[in-house]
Design a protein around this ligand. Structure first.
Ligand SMILES: Nc1ncnc2c1ncn2[C@@H]1O[C@H](COP(=O)(O)OP(=O)(O)OP(=O)(O)O)[C@@H](O)[C@H]1O
Length: 304
């Protein structure tokens, strides 16, 4: 079996609007697959269909090599965290997990404690979930998704609204589970920068359409570094750059030039500029091209 999950022309139509339009995803065992798209792009609708929470209007998906109704027998191997998970606010984390284990038929002793440890909630004791921070709730949601010992875990925006510390903790937990238990993850997000720290593969969704699938390496090679250069004489600086054989550059404003070629550092450039009487006011290596790449792909300038 080459893929753990594929979709074939997966479509969801609400009235006249196709929230998901003929999407073909390819997800291998062991992938951390990042589904990236702006709010409203159709990510949640895709994940709901993959979890059996919504029916496709057209198309289908294959799970563990089985298609359509046959795939339902494998749903127990899929754990999900989509929108508000079924958390009971007046119960503790352990009580919530105990209920979930009952529901999915897990009886093994010590499971609840192990799940709490896995997501870093071992010390919360009897505290009611309604008193939890957003990050703690999110971690409990992940523990609930893990309760049935799934092979595939689907998480809808698991880092949304968390502070950097919370994001780092979730990221480490997911990477560990992926490595140690070979759990395959599908994670949606509207922030490519965040996904890029964890995902091995990407599917980019825009207006219900899958624009592109790519591996981590493919994305990184497309989003190489750029050097931003400020000088007192842009015109002359361009001539100097060309004299050095640098062709991939762009003048972005009166005193700023961006250079898109891979250079070890900017030292050679500043030396050459100085040698030609051009003063360097500033030179920085920028590596924030990920979001730019995504914005270009989706043809937009608004926030992602
Ligand atoms: N039950 C529904 N009835 C009608 N339209 C819907 C329904 N659910 C979603 N939509 C529409 O489908 C589109 C995709 O929504 P979806 O929630 O899948 O996007 P998303 O990428 O997950 O965004 P978000 O991060 O905001 O949830 C949106 O235009 C939304 O308004």
């Amino acid at each position: 079996m080459e893929y753990l999950l594929t979709t074939n022309g997966l479509t969801k139509q609400y009235g006249r609007h196709k929230a998901v339009n003929a999407v073909n995803l390819h997800i291998r065992q062991g992938d951390i697959y990042g589904l990236i798209g702006r709010n409203g792009a159709g990510k949640t609708t895709i994940l709901k269909m993959l979890s059996g929470l919504a029916a496709p209007t057209e198309g289908e998906f294959s799970l563990f090599g089985k298609t359509g109704r046959d795939s339902y027998e494998y749903m127990s191997r899929v754990g999900t965290l989509i929108e508000e998970p079924g958390i009971y606010p007046n119960m503790s984390a352990a009580e919530n997990l105990r209920l979930k284990c009952l529901a999915v038929g897990v009886r093994k002793k010590g499971t609840v404690d192990e799940l709490l440890r896995t997501v870093g909630l071992a010390d919360v004791g009897k505290k009611k979930v309604k008193k939890f921070s957003l990050g703690m709730k999110q971690r409990l949601g992940i523990a609930l998704a893990l309760a049935g010992n799934p092979d595939l875990v689907i998480l809808d925006e698991p880092i949304n609204g968390l502070d950097p510390q919370g994001i780092a903790e979730i990221r480490e937990t997911l990477l560990r589970l992926n490595k140690e238990k070979n759990i395959t993850f599908i994670i949606s997000s509207h922030i490519l920068e965040e996904l890029s720290k964890i995902a091995s593969n990407y599917g980019m969704i825009h207006d219900g359409v899958l624009l592109q699938e790519m591996t981590r390496e493919e994305l990184l090679s497309k989003c190489s570094e750029r050097i931003e250069l400020k000088t007192n004489d842009t015109r002359k600086a361009c001539t100097v750059l060309e004299g050095m054989g640098i062709e991939k550059y762009k003048v972005v404003d009166a005193d700023t030039i961006q250079i898109f070629e891979r250079l070890n550092d900017g030292g050679d450039i500043t030396m050459a500029l100085a040698g030609n009487g051009v003063k360097t006011m500033g030179i920085t290596v920028k590596n924030e091209a990920l979001e730019d790449y995504y914005l270009n792909l989706t043809g937009g300038t608004a926030n992602v």
